[in-house]
Design a protein around this ligand. Sequence first.
Ligand code: ZN
Ligand code: ZN
Length: 499
Amino acid sequence: MDTFDSHSLDRDYIFLQDNHLKQLSQDDLVQLLDDYYNSDNKVVDILSRHHLSMRPGDLSRELPYIKIEERCPYDNSRLLEQIPSKTRTQNWLNNKICRQCGHTVYYQTNYLCDCFGCQEKRSEFRDDLAKMGTKISKQKKDYQKLSLESKVDLSAFIKMDNNPFGYRKVGVTHKNTDTGFLITESLKEQKLIYPSRDNDPEDFDKIDFKSMSYRGNWEEINWELNIKVLNYDYRQTLDTVEYMMLNQDLDDFEVESLYRKIAIESLTNYFLYSTEFLSYATPSKETVQQVVQELLSEYTPEMFLETILSTLHNYDLLAKNREKLFEKKGFMNLVQNEIKKTKKSKGTGRPAEKRSIEAAELLSDPKADAFFENVVDDPAWMGKMIPAENDSAQKLPAHELEAMIDYVEDDISIIPEELAGAKSYSITEHGILVNYKLGTIMYSDQLSLYKLAKEKNLLSEGSDWWSTNGFNFTVEKFYSLKFLLELAKTLTNSNIKQK
Ligand SMILES: [Zn+2]
Ligand SMILES: [Zn+2]
């Protein structure tokens, strides 16, 4: 935000139109401005002292322009800006105008300049955008081959687009992550959508036509669908995508995973939002996600949500736990305890169906809506148990996976040295155990060990769960599959005893 120095007033003033102030000499004008900005005199009195017959309210509108440092991108002349009204000197924000070509930088961001230079630039930009679009759309994606999640995202995306404001406002529950933004981002990354040719350069922060990479204000951008459905025209394709109309057999496993993912995501966001709302220490998203994931195996989303709400409104309970609430997991632990207490003691007198529809509305986001309208047609899903997680697909929190990838050993040439001093070994379902004089080392990959740690309830807070004392072996690193196979081969062909 610019500021206007109202103490150095002897400047070059420019009037773009005839007005009352234009008639004054430079000295009179400076005198008047000094009175206006730097005295407590009323505007009426100032005007009469300078023999000006105008309405006091018009003064700020008739103030002159000055040249500012910023220059016109088309002819390099310095831009003009009207000096601010008295109350706006610290917050000086007016249109910036080029006197040569009329180029205007509007202070309202939704106004676009229509000068010749800008029109030219826009039309060049649109030509480039069209070329990029043609390139991307040469490889239209086959709708049938998309993942279920992409299809749900696409459906949600088109429904959002029916909103005249572009984005659907996703409600207070999603302040933390704007689901609409994430959907757009993901579809754009997969090149399932691309910006149409009618966009304005102002809506992009960055665009590189060569590498076809761009970032921008997704809410303002118009998109084109990069999808094909055999023998369908654009309109039919659009309908197919919006209502997910192809009668394909859905993969049960895929449906259930997405069901869980959507329920967990919605509840996690709601949880984080509630914590933020209380302004206590906020636990990390991964932590909340993990708790939600665990609780959903025993409780319905509706029970979960109602407990959050009743805890939020239970002032006695909050007051009693005031201290705890300032801990990172404070509110979460409280809700967790409450949900265990109130298990199955639901008697609010309203039909469960009705309550869960209300709950679903509270957690409503475009993705959940699209899923529960098109895939599992179930408005009352909140009142039901979320399908159990498939054991073989336990999901690792992203930060743990990231931390572990740094530890993966892939260099098989170190195996002989590694096995020096080994006494015996055993090959187990979780990995290869090698006994040395000083102890046992586990050679395994991260996922198998994570699963073992989870089964044994050894997962602690933080990212280095593998250094737990709960294992009767040491985990120094993780190993690639190639490394493990080679290690097993070397051990079997060696003199080291198998136990
Ligand atoms: Zn200009
Ligand atoms: Zn312009």
